[in-house]
Design a binder for this molecule. Structure first.
Ligand SMILES: Nc1ncnc2c1ncn2[C@@H]1O[C@H](COP(=O)(O)OP(=O)(O)OP(=O)(O)O)[C@@H](O)[C@H]1O
Ligand SMILES: [Mg+2]
Length: 309
């Protein structure tokens, strides 16, 4: 078990969570030993509450604040493991804030805090024993704009997180690079030019490189904040196909403004709206097909049919 209670030393996100390098907040597992269950690694307080991690997230009465301003109000929902959950809703309703609360990136903003409870496989992620640095490895994040490290090669981008601590042998790094680039559906396109800069790739390839980089630290959950909104339709399709392939292994939560995308990639969809107090709240969450064809709430129907937002 990894015992590491060192707080993060950098602020990795801008206020929108965009264009953010993973930076030193992603710790490096020792890739020479088999990876234990991820949730077993995020506390220093003994074995994880649940011995076999599945990636199920329980959110109970979550509110998220910037100072006195409540941006997300009283959200209760369950995110099923190994499935894709889409978050939709009008601009400013707190989707990004909600997402960043899930891996404790929200608290990196000065004055920001949350209320409520967040459990991953039964473990309270805001428990003082939980190391947020380790947590952000278990719950990884992919941002709107592809953000490969500009000075690094494709290869070095993928293993950047692994190299932050420890010195994994080259064979382990090679294995990680190939495994993650294959998982990110990029291997075939880059295997002969791994030493070229990550920024030499197309936008869609860069986004898949960022997904490979997120996978390299063996996350359990992937948070994706509009991961395809800066991409052209072909690259968008590739990322959607990739999400479809990753759902078997990872719990995925994707924020998207694209209704077709939500209906194509997700199993369940949560609709957020903004209240009169400008706080975002959960209107309803259901099977994606139901949300888009026969939602329970008329607000949802109005939103998905383009009548507002
Ligand atoms: N760093 C911050 N400091 C203060 N308020 C913030 C900060 N970041 C976001 N907010 C506010 O929190 C609310 C929710 O913002 P958030 O970015 O989560 O919305 P969103 O649903 O992701 O919007 P969009 O669809 O445009 O990305 C907004 O009122 C926003 O102005
Ligand atoms: Mg947002």
């Amino acid at each position: 078990m990894t015992v590491n209670l060192t707080p993060p030393t950098t602020t990795p996100a801008d206020t929108d969570g965009h264009a953010t390098a993973p930076g030193p907040e992603i710790p490096a597992p020792d890739s020479s030993v088999p990876a234990p269950s991820p949730t077993a690694e995020i506390t220093a307080a003994g074995p994880a509450t649940t011995p076999t991690a599945s990636g199920r997230i329980e959110i109970r009465n979550l509110s998220a604040y910037y100072g006195d301003f409540r941006a997300v109000r009283d959200v209760t929902m369950t995110i099923p493991p190994h499935a894709v959950t889409a978050i939709i809703g009008p601009s400013g309703c707190g989707k990004s804030t909600f997402l960043r609360s899930l891996n404790r990136m929200h608290e990196l903003t000065t004055g920001a805090h949350i209320e409520g409870e967040l459990l991953l496989d039964g473990m309270n992620l805001y428990d003082p024993a939980v190391d947020p640095v380790q947590l952000r490895r278990v719950i990884g994040m992919v941002f709107q704009r592809p953000n490969p490290f500009p000075t690094m090669s494709i290869y070095d981008n993928v293993v950047a997180g692994l190299r932050l601590t420890g010195r994994p042998p080259k064979s382990a790094l090679d294995e990680t690079v190939e495994r993650c680039l294959r998982s990110a559906a990029l291997w075939g396109e880059v295997k002969d030019k791994l030493k070229q800069p990550g920024t030499s790739l197309s936008g869609g390839q860069q986004q898949r490189l960022c997904i490979a980089r997120a996978l390299a630290v063996r996350p359990e959950v992937l948070l994706m904040d509009e991961p395809a909104s800066a991409l052209d339709p072909v690259a968008t399709l590739r990322v959607e196909e990739l999400i479809n392939e990753l759902r078997a292994e990872y719990t995925i939560i994707i924020v998207t403004h694209n209704m077709q995308q939500a209906s194509r990639v997700s199993d369940r969809t949560a609709f957020f709206n903004m209240g009169d107090d400008r706080a975002g709240y959960l209107v309803e969450m259901d099977a994606t097909q139901k949300i888009f064809t026969n939602p329970s709430n008329t607000l949802t129907e109005d939103y998905v049919s383009g009548r507002f937002g």
